[in-house]
Ligand binder design. Structure first.
Ligand SMILES: C[S@@+](CC[C@H](N)C(=O)[O-])C[C@H]1O[C@@H](n2cnc3c(N)ncnc32)[C@H](O)[C@@H]1O
Length: 363
């Protein structure tokens, strides 16, 4: 076992990621993003109809002798990654249909607890020029906790900001990185064939970490994870083997301006930390009034607000949650997300949750 290092924060470690992770202290990182080789095994060059060659991933770092060699590598790096994860850490592993199923299977065998698979939909993906298959416009990112019992970070409220204040799903539409964001080499060619979009990393980091947390990327490439970690006030460790990528990543990270505190704050609120607000406080604050009509999002049924903070919907009387649960015959219902009022002036629907947010903002 190599000698154990102090935690080398905000640095790129040069070398093989398995060896480097084995040299880090156990249980020392809060989050991992890993974008390992895809093992694409391209057998022929790809050409566009206009006879220009497609810039595919055919680099030496993506070559493995066969599936067995790839599986062995995957098992080794995943094992090393799990060792450095703290008990409540999570890991995101991205891949394509070529490798993601092999990676996911190994993750389950090693004891990771799968939480979601994000389907990253790329609206600007390249077509399948020969029309022999569907357009390959999705990649997958498996999100997993270290263990089934991990008390992992998930910033549900922050994620709602990416979906019009509603719960965010697992299909994320994010364009492939292009334009000024795409790093170029001295000849103006793409510096790295698989540079991930900053928006993808930003969302992953915001979903599953807090400012100050330590984020590790064992396949740093062009440095996307580190750049976004720095922007969002997280600490980072990157590992990469290729000198050209390391140099470009270093230059890229150095010029990233961390977000101003005011900009970071709305991206940091967690459900758990938000103060509890009883529905009656909305009445006391004059945001709703006794006798007012609220409507249920699922059925648009009306209900009347009573002066004791309960709702009356036909013969049903109870809390916003209890009446909602009865109306949908569900075991429970989050009334904040299911009752709305109609603004008398703008005629727009206002969810109780937004009124609750106004109260939290002033408290
Ligand atoms: C799919 S790319 C990651 C791209 C990165 N996410 C980005 O946004 O630029 C995989 C990277 O891992 C590096 N790599 C492959 N095997 C490695 C190993 N055993 N140790 C360290 N780096 C490795 C490759 O050089 C390549 O840059």
């Amino acid at each position: 076992m190599p000698q154990q290092l102090e935690l080398p924060l905000d640095q790129i470690l040069v070398g093989d990621c398995i060896e480097m992770m084995e040299s880090l202290p156990e249980a020392s990182v809060d989050l991992i993003f890993a974008d390992p080789p895809y093992n694409l095994q391209l057998r022929n060059d790809l050409w566009r109809p206009n006879m220009t060659q497609v810039d595919a991933v055919d680099d030496a770092w993506d070559h493995f002798a066969d599936f067995a060699a790839y599986d062995q590598f995957t098992e080794r790096w995943l094992r090393a990654a799990r060792r450095v994860m703290s008990a409540n850490a999570t890991i995101w592993v991205s891949g394509t249909y070529h490798n993601i199923f092999r990676v996911g299977s190994q993750m389950q065998s090693l004891g990771f607890w799968l939480l979601n698979t994000v389907c990253w939909y790329k609206p600007n993906a390249m077509p399948n020029f020969r029309g022999k298959r569907l357009k390959n416009d999705a990649e997958f990112v498996i999100w997993a906790a270290r263990d089934e019992s991990s008390h992992y970070t998930f910033n549900h409220q922050v994620m709602k900001q990416f979906n019009d204040a509603k719960q965010l799903g697992s299909v994320w539409k994010i364009p492939l990185c292009s334009g000024a964001e795409r790093l170029k080499d001295a000849d103006g060619k793409k510096l790295h064939p698989t540079q991930k979009p900053e928006a993808l990393l930003e969302r992953i980091i915001l979903a599953s970490s807090q400012p100050g947390d330590v984020i590790l990327d064992p396949f740093l490439g062009s440095g996307t994870t580190a750049a976004m970690a720095r922007k969002l006030h997280r600490q980072w460790i990157g590992i990469e083997r290729e000198a050209a990528y390391i140099q470009a990543a270093q230059q890229r990270i150095e010029v990233v301006e961390p977000l101003a505190e005011e900009a970071l704050l709305p991206l940091t609120v967690t459900a758990d930390k938000a103060p509890r607000v009883p529905f009656k406080r909305l009445l006391e604050a004059g945001l709703v009034s006794a006798g007012q009509t609220l409507y249920f999002t699922v059925t648009n049924q009306p209900a009347t607000v009573l002066d004791n903070g309960k709702l009356q919907c036909g013969a049903l009387v109870g809390s916003i949650h209890a009446v909602g649960a009865k109306l949908t015959q569900a075991p429970s219902c989050n009334g904040w997300l299911h009752w709305y009022m109609i603004d008398p002036i703008t005629k727009r629907n206002i969810l109780l949750n937004d009124l609750r947010g106004q109260l939290r903002d002033v408290n």
